[in-house]
Design a protein around this ligand. Structure first.
Ligand SMILES: [Zn+2]
Length: 361
C-alpha cells in the first residue's frame, strides 16, 4: 500500500514538473567592467547593452512560463567562457546577447543580428573581431581559448558539431528580430549574418548576438541612448522571444508589450540559406531537403509533428515537412526563386514573419 501511495506521489510530482517546465532564456549584456565595448558620441556600449537587457528581462519575468538568467546585472567584467558556461549550465532554450556596433566612419547605421557561422568577409570580420577581442583582456587566453586568436581572420574557432536544427532555430529567431526592427521600429535593416563568434559557438543552444545600431552614427547613438530607443529595442526583443517560444512549443503566450506598431509587411526580406560549405561544416544533416525545383519556403521549425492540413498552417496549403534531428521543418510550396519570393510574401502575410527561402536539393 505504501508503495502505491509513493508511486502515485512520484507520478504526480513528475506530472506537475512537466506541466511547469519553463522556457529558459539567458540574457547576455555584452562587455562590462574593464571592457567597455565601443565608446562613441558619449555612449558606452556596455551601459546600453545592460540597460536594454535588464528591460527585456523585466518584461519576460512577468510571465510565469519564462525562467530568465542574466550573465551580468551590474557593470562587471565577465569572460566569454563564463558567459557560455552560465548558459550551458542553466540548460537554456535560447541565448540572446545584446551589443552595439561601431565603425571608424560616422556614416554606417542600422541593426543586424548575428548567428554562428564560418564566413569571414570584409566588414563582418571587423565586427566578429570587435566582439571576440575581449578574449585578449583575459589572462592565459591562449590556453583558455585553445589558440583562438581574435585578431587573425584565418584563426579557427574549435568548432563543435553544430546541429543544423540549432542553427535553423537561431536563424528563425534572428530573422524575426530583424523583421521587427525594420517594420515596427523603422530601423535600417542590415540583415541576419552568420559569423564566427566565440560566445555563440561555445553555447550549445540556439543563440543570437544582436547589434542594436551604430554608436559611431550620431543620430543612431542618440536613439540608442534615449528612453524611447531603449524601451523600443527591449520590447521588440522580448516580443520576438515570446513568439519564438510560442512557435517552437506550440504554446500561446500573448505578448503584453505595448507601444509597438504591428509590423507592416513591405518588401519581404530574403534570407537564402544554402547548404554550401560555409554552413554545413561539421553539421549533422540527416536528410537533404526533398527533391524539388530549386527552392522552398521554410515557414517554421517545431518539435511537434503537425498534420499537413491548412488549419494547422494559418490556411496555407501545399505544405511539406522534413523530419530532422528530432524536429520538423515545415515548408510552403516550392519552385524557382521568383516563385518562392511570391510564396514567401504570402507566408509572411499569413503570419509566418520569420519565414525564409531555402535551396531544395
Ligand atoms: Zn559588443
Amino acid at each position: 500500500m505504501k508503495k502505491i501511495v509513493l508511486y502515485i506521489l512520484l507520478s504526480l510530482s513528475v506530472f506537475s514538473y512537466a506541466q511547469e517546465k519553463k522556457f529558459k532564456v539567458v540574457l547576455d549584456a555584452g562587455h562590462g567592467g574593464k571592457d567597455p565595448g565601443a565608446a562613441k558620441n558619449g555612449c558606452i556600449e556596455k551601459h546600453i547593452a545592460l540597460d536594454v537587457v535588464l528591460r527585456i528581462g523585466k518584461i519576460l519575468e512577468a510571465y510565469p512560463e519564462f525562467d530568465i538568467k542574466y550573465t551580468r546585472t551590474t557593470d562587471v567584467f565577465i569572460p566569454l567562457v563564463d558567459r557560455a558556461k552560465i548558459a550551458n549550465d542553466f540548460e537554456a532554450d535560447l541565448f540572446v546577447s545584446v551589443h552595439c556596433n561601431a565603425s571608424v566612419s560616422p556614416k554606417p547605421y542600422g541593426a543586424m543580428t548575428l548567428v554562428m557561422g564560418l564566413s569571414r568577409t570584409g566588414m563582418n570580420f571587423e565586427i566578429a573581431k570587435a566582439e571576440n577581442a575581449v578574449i585578449s583582456l583575459e589572462e592565459n587566453y591562449k590556453e583558455k581559448y585553445e589558440g583562438f586568436d581574435p585578431n587573425n581572420p584565418n584563426t579557427q574557432i574549435g568548432l563543435k558539431i553544430m546541429q543544423e536544427e540549432t542553427l535553423m532555430q537561431s536563424i528563425d529567431f534572428a530573422s524575426a528580430v530583424q523583421n521587427y526592427f525594420k517594420n515596427s521600429l523603422q530601423r535600417k535593416d542590415l540583415g541576419m549574418h552568420q559569423q564566427p563568434l566565440w560566445v555563440l559557438d561555445a553555447t550549445v543552444m540556439p543563440g543570437v548576438l544582436i547589434e542594436l545600431g551604430f554608436l559611431s552614427n550620431l543620430q543612431e547613438s542618440k536613439y540608442m541612448k534615449s528612453e524611447e530607443g531603449k524601451s523600443n529595442y527591449s520590447q521588440i526583443i522580448a516580443r520576438s522571444i515570446i513568439e519564438y517560444k510560442n512557435n517552437l512549443k506550440g504554446t500561446n503566450t500573448i505578448p503584453n508589450v505595448l507601444d509597438i506598431k504591428e509590423p507592416i509587411i513591405t518588401e519581404p526580406e530574403i534570407v537564402v540559406v544554402t547548404t554550401d560549405s560555409s554552413t554545413v561544416v561539421n553539421s549533422t544533416i540527416i536528410e537533404a531537403v526533398p527533391a524539388g525545383s530549386g527552392y522552398k519556403v521554410q515557414i517554421s521549425f517545431s518539435t511537434k509533428k503537425l498534420e499537413l492540413i491548412p488549419e494547422n498552417f494559418n490556411g496555407l496549403t501545399n505544405i511539406s515537412v522534413l523530419e530532422i534531428n528530432g524536429g520538423y521543418k515545415y515548408y510552403y510550396g516550392e519552385g524557382s526563386m521568383e516563385t518562392c519570393k511570391k510564396l514567401l510574401a504570402e507566408a509572411k502575410l499569413k503570419g509566418y514573419k520569420s519565414a525564409f527561402i531555402v535551396e531544395s536539393k
